[in-house]
Design a protein around this ligand. Structure first.
Ligand code: NDP
Length: 255
């Protein structure tokens, strides 16, 4: 029997960056727990393909292709949801990009693009979602951080700065909105098998480093984030706020 605490029936979840990778696995997991899904990415074709695959498996999946870094597109999308009667109960701020370059060579435009996609997007979407959740008195926001919310790493400085910011943004959201029945928490994945890491996965030295550095001695699978995502989206976490759950095979716990 399903534990009702984790039941997301009747809830609508918007998951940014859900055409592939971690966002797609989280969307599927929230759908399996009963949620209606709204899929997102910049490519309308990719969103349509991902939504069709989920519908084929019995999920209710709507499509919302937009760029999470564009204030105008984010605002317009939420206005469209209002007009269509789509109320967002769960927002998963997952869309993100990586850019590897030593800081001395880094262009301001690349710094800005990484900060905007990984951090400012969570502000823009969180603000629009909370403006609607506050009057309704409930809502769940799940921000996707990273191991780099805690630890710096050379050549990915804007990414680590953005993910550190995601951690504090999450706490700030909890501080402002807890009294309105909203919980904002974050998930910090370790090294996961997704397109974002393709070059690293195929690099034998990096692959060996990940396996050696992770107590689990392997990369994480996208579906391994689902438990944390369902917990933080459900009534099971109603008194959990401003927290970060690391799903990293133990990596952060060891030297
Ligand atoms: P992927 O590159 O596999 O997928 C990224 C998703 O985000 C795609 O759906 C992509 O679609 C979408 N996206 C990117 N930019 C935008 C944008 N501006 N607007 C809307 N959608 C966008 O990444 P992962 O699944 O690996 O990563 C997902 C999240 O998890 C990211 O925030 C990442 O930083 C974080 N993370 C990942 C880890 C890992 O090891 N993979 C570890 C720790 C954190 P499209 O390009 O078509 O727009």
């Amino acid at each position: 029997m399903t534990n009702r605490l984790f039941d997301l029936s009747g809830r609508t979840a918007l998951i940014t960056g859900s055409t592939r990778g971690l966002g797609n696995a989280i969307a599927r997991g929230l759908g399996d727990a009963g949620a209606r899904l709204i899929l997102n990415g910049r490519s309308a074709d990719a969103v349509a393909t991902a939504a069709a695959a989920l519908r084929e498996d019995g999920h209710t999946a709507f499509e919302a292709a937009f760029d999470v870094t564009s204030e105008a597109e984010v605002v317009r999308t939420f206005e469209r949801f209002d007009a269509e009667g789509l109320e967002i109960d769960i927002l998963v701020n997952n869309a993100g990009i990586q850019h590897r370059q030593p800081m001395v060579d880094l262009a301001l435009a690349d710094w800005q693009r990484v900060i905007d996609t990984n951090l400012t997007s969570a502000f823009l979407l969180g603000r629009e979602a909370a403006r609607r959740m506050i009057p309704r008195g409930h809502g769940k926001i799940v921000n996707i951080g990273s191991l780099t919310s805690e630890l710096a790493r050379a050549t990915v400085i804007p990414y680590t700065v953005a993910k550190g910011g995601v951690k504090m943004l999450t706490k700030g959201m909890a501080a402002e909105w807890a009294k309105s029945g909203i919980q904002a928490n974050a998930i910090g994945p370790g090294y996961m098998l997704t397109d974002m890491n393709e070059a690293l996965i195929n690099n034998p030295q990096f692959d060996a480093w990940v396996k050696g550095r992770t107590p689990a001695e392997r990369w994480g699978r996208p579906e391994e984030l689902v438990g944390a995502a369902v917990f933080l989206s459900s009534a099971a976490s109603d008194y959990v706020n401003g927290q970060m759950i690391y799903v990293d095979g133990g990596m952060l716990s060891v030297l």
